[in-house]
Design a protein around this ligand. Structure first.
Ligand code: NAD
Ligand code: ZN
Length: 358
């Protein structure tokens, strides 16, 4: 088992990574004195809920199994968690355990942030994306009809338990989408890791345990450093959005049905790399290395042909991170060196997208 600490003064917490972590020895130390509520969904509960409940031994607990899907990441579902806590008579010393992917993690974390103005919670992320991204960093929240993650809070967990065995049941498409966020860390700040990914892509695709544990650990370590330096995203935490401005535009333009988030981010990272070369900010082979690795990992690398450049650029302009008419982009100087750029406007993006053949 590997252990990593997110250094945030009195809010510091460990991330444990390894197989067979859903055991009393790894869970009990992070619980408060009061009762525990385990929150999961209809897909994950049949697979892992019994193991978690067994690991709680005689610690008083309850369970709540929610429907599966991003469409349930709402205030109404969030309220169900709070109601359940109240009906249990949960006091301030209770603990929430989030057992599932990023949807369950974000929503349970937000319930923990709000119940009695903040109670303890433990993350047991079960998708690769949640293990390397959503469970680390303390962002919690739900969607509104007007947009994703519009309501939420910063609330750090007491611990993140990454049981790598849970990945064995993850559908292939979800697994690959998680790898896109892994590649992101290499691109933004860890060139050595990027090279390791190039060399070890087949081991990852085989879900070889050691390779996965290494990639997860290295991803979490990178995210931890970024978050520790900028917990509330006033500066460099924004680098974690590499590929996301293009990616969100692709998700929005295709109605959130065609691509998984990680797939859209893979395309977005290719576009960010290509744009960096196009704008003369970076030199080849930045783009081809980026594209080849993502392609090797079975991810899409070109924007959908049926979405016009102007439509994508218009969605990018509406991104909430922009300042006036300048788009806020995360661009690359080279592999492992990303920066925030707001020199470019919508028409320059359209020109680039029209000329970019992939
Ligand atoms: N808080 C953050 O910093 C942060 C960062 C990135 C993403 N997110 C959020 O995370 C969410 C996406 O997370 P996700 O990709 O994990 O999606 P998800 O939670 O919807 O999980 C994807 C699918 O995999 C299933 N699943 C989960 N674990 C499984 C397992 N071990 N075996 C089989 N099936 C399993 C789920 O039930 C679901 O159907 C989005 O809502 C996004 O906004 C948050
Ligand atoms: Zn993402």
């Amino acid at each position: 088992m590997q252990r990593l600490v997110i250094p945030l003064d009195e809010r510091s917490y460990p991330i444990l990574i390894g197989p067979r972590l859903i055991t009393p020895e790894h869970i009990l130390p992070y619980l408060g004195k009061g009762p525990v509520l385990v929150v999961s969904n209809e897909t994950v509960a049949p697979l892992y809920l019994q193991a978690v409940l067994a690991a709680l031994e005689d610690h008083p607990h309850s369970q709540l199994v929610l429907p599966d899907g991003e469409q349930w990441k709402t205030l109404a579902t969030w309220e169900r968690i709070l109601q359940h806590l109240a009906e249990m008579g949960a006091t301030r010393d209770c603990t929430l355990i989030a057992l599932g992917g990023g949807v369950i993690g974000d929503m349970t974390g937000f319930a923990a942030a709000a119940y009695m103005r903040g109670v303890r919670f433990v993350q047991i992320p079960t998708t690769l994306l949640a293990q390397v991204d959503a469970s680390v960093g303390g962002k919690t929240g739900v969607n509104l009809p007007a947009g994703k993650n519009l309501v939420g809070a910063f609330h750090q967990p007491a611990a993140v338990l990454i049981d790598t065995d849970t990945l064995n049941t993850l559908p292939q498409r979800e697994f690959l989408a998680g790898l896109a966020e892994v590649v992101k860390y290499g691109l933004i700040r860890d060139a050595e890791f990027f090279s390791w990914l190039e060399t070890n892509q087949d081991r990852l695709l085989q879900r070889e345990a050691d390779a996965l544990a290494f990639a997860i650990h290295r991803s979490c370590a990178n995210k931890a450093e970024v978050v520790a330096a900028d917990e509330r995203e006033q500066g460099n935490r924004a680098l974690l959005n590499l590929g996301h401005t293009f990616g969100h535009a692709i998700e929005t333009a295709t109605g959130y049905t065609r691509y998984l988030h990680g797939e859209a981010v893979a395309i977005g990272m290719c576009l960010a790399a290509a744009f960096s070369e196009y704008a003369g900010l970076a030199r080849p082979p930045l783009f081809t290395r980026t594209r080849d690795l993502l392609q090797g990992l079975g991810l899409p690398t070109t924007p959908p042909e049926d979405v016009p450049a102007a439509t994508l650029a218009a969605h990018m302009r509406l991104d909430k991170k922009n300042l006036q008419d300048r788009l806020r982009l995360i661009l690359l100087r080279e592999i492992g060196d990303a920066f925030i750029d707001d020199h470019y406007n919508e028409s320059q993006i359209i020109e680039f997208l029209q000329g970019h053949a992939g």
